[in-house]
Design a protein around this ligand. Structure first.
Ligand code: ATP
Length: 361
């Protein structure tokens, strides 16, 4: 069990080391527990001083992330070890994840069969099925949030990270929000309808589609075009990109990219779908003969990384212009600083992210 928020300084018990990543909340740094010598990741979240203040995250929101992580204990979900709080900051001490993002790992491969891709997908589904059984929805499943615990091992284990938008869904209560990342959000998010665990299953459909083809099913020229493609449910399996894909894989995706949330496959249903768990030798052989479109996948991944860095740089420049990030307007300095720190880079500015209450206001 995770001890309650410690009111002391994190530095008293942990040695803070280099930066591992950053997000809209602040930074993640490698750290070492002084008493045990064990390494962890410290997610340092600046909390908002006043309501309505531009910088930082609402304390309530960080506390929700902590309380959700406290409930979750599964090999495919990043574990929370310790938490610290002060007036200005909350620090989450997390299990250290060494293997980087799953998509980067895959992009380095020469070839990946569907059967090998399914090994990863199965782990994602196991983690998601577990959290859904506790009525916890992640609401931000996307490639950046699926990492590998270690990559130089025979069967790498995936870890789902970033529970910043996750919610414990209360029985009988309706939850609405406009949170998420355009490419991966379900139609009910855009339509501001009730969200549920099925909302995550849509995102898994999108991730699977991309994984197999290197194409994003609803991607438009602009975010608003993407959102309108999602709402109209217009996507197809273009032969050009899906020539190496099995029919069963397409059928699996079709059962996730369903507009009506109640008709989507659930995570436990996915785990027994014949594409994931073949019923016959023929189905099993088919999966090993079909492969993912590596050439296009690598292209997708390179573009994704480039966009994340570009977004981060332009978001930081905007903050510089607003004098929120740096006091002197030395854009080139800020750019090189960002280039150094940028690993994980999607800015809050480009995420569709306003709480339901704000949207209603
Ligand atoms: P976003 O802005 O996309 O919402 P976030 O602000 O919620 O992200 P996280 O996704 O939790 O932040 O973390 C940001 C980055 O820090 C991750 O993409 C990853 O690169 C790194 N990171 C997070 N947790 C860990 C960990 N436990 N071990 C190693 N690196 C981590």
């Amino acid at each position: 069990t995770v001890p309650p928020f410690r009111p002391c300084l994190v530095e008293e018990l942990y040695l803070l080391l280099e930066q591992l990543g950053s997000g809209h909340f602040g930074v993640v740094r490698r750290c070492q527990e002084r008493s045990s010598g064990v390494f962890y990741a410290a997610k340092c979240v600046k909390v908002r001083k006043r309501k309505g203040s531009r910088l930082g995250v609402d304390r309530e929101q960080v506390e929700r992330e902590v309380s959700i992580l406290q409930r979750l204990e599964h090999p495919c979900i990043m574990r929370l070890h310790d938490t610290f709080t002060s007036k200005t900051e909350v620090v989450l001490i997390l299990e250290l994840i060494h293997g980087g993002e799953l998509f980067d790992f895959i992009a380095e491969k020469e070839l990946l069969t569907e059967a090998e891709a399914i090994e990863f997908l199965q782990q994602i589904l196991q983690g998601v099925a577990y959290m859904h059984s506790a009525r916890i929805a992640h609401f931000d499943l996307k490639p950046e949030n699926i990492m590998l615990f270690q990559k130089d091992v025979p069967n790498p284990r995936i870890k789902i990270i970033d529970f910043g938008l996750a919610q414990k869904l209360e029985e009988g209560a309706t939850f609405k929000s406009l949170c998420g990342t355009p490419q991966y959000i379900a139609p009910e998010v855009i339509n501001y309808e009730a969200l549920s665990c099925a909302t995550d299953m849509w995102s898994i459909g999108v991730i699977t589609y991309i994984l197999l083809s290197g194409m994003s099913p609803f991607q438009g020229e602009t975010d608003s075009e993407t959102l309108s493609n999602i709402v109209s449910g217009s996507y197809e399996f273009e032969d050009k990109y899906f020539s190496q894909t099995s029919e069963l894989a397409k059928e699996f995706i079709r059962q996730l990219l369903v507009k009506e949330p109640g008709s989507r496959m659930t995570a436990p249903e996915c785990l027994v779908h014949p594409w994931i768990k073949p019923l016959s030798r023929k189905q099993a052989v088919n999966r090993s003969r079909s492969s993912i479109n590596m050439k296009n996948f690598r292209r997708f991944n390179a573009r994704r990384k480039w966009k994340l860095s570009y977004n981060m740089v332009s978001a930081c420049n905007r903050l510089c212009r607003l004098k929120l990030l740096c006091y002197q307007k030395k854009e080139d300095e800020s750019l090189s600083a960002i280039a150094r720190v940028t690993k994980k880079t999607a800015p809050a500015a480009l995420r569709l992210c306003c709480a339901g209450r704000e949207a209603a206001a």
